[in-house]
Design a protein. Structure first.
Length: 104
């Protein structure tokens, strides 16, 4: 709550400012026919803190459904993770695509 003095004659009133949560963004990996499954598992463990079992589940979702959710983050964090994943994939000559989309 912030207090903003308003002067109505001699009366000061406090006003309430509501804080909204920032919008959240899903980070998604997209399937391709070239990136090895083991590399995708490594990316999920390295950049999203998943254990091997969870990373394997997400990798299989990407493989079967065309995309998989890596996590939900604020815009800045999501953007950074997308950049890190894409950069890491390119360093290893893989076309792995990582994108973000705003949650509903």
């Amino acid at each position: 709550m912030t207090t903003t003095p308003k002067q109505d004659g001699a009366v000061l009133e406090a006003t309430r400012t509501e804080m909204r949560r920032p919008p959240l963004y899903k980070v998604l990996l997209l399937n391709d026919d070239f990136t090895p499954m083991d590399f995708v598992v490594i990316v999920l463990q390295k950049y999203f803190g998943m254990n091997r079992e969870r990373a394997t589940q997400v990798m299989l979702q990407v493989h079967r459904e065309g995309m998989g959710t890596c996590g939900v983050f604020t815009k800045d964090v999501a953007s950074t993770k997308v950049e890190q994943v894409v950069s890491y994939a390119r360093q290893h000559q893989h076309p792995l695509a990582c994108v973000m989309e705003e949650t509903e």
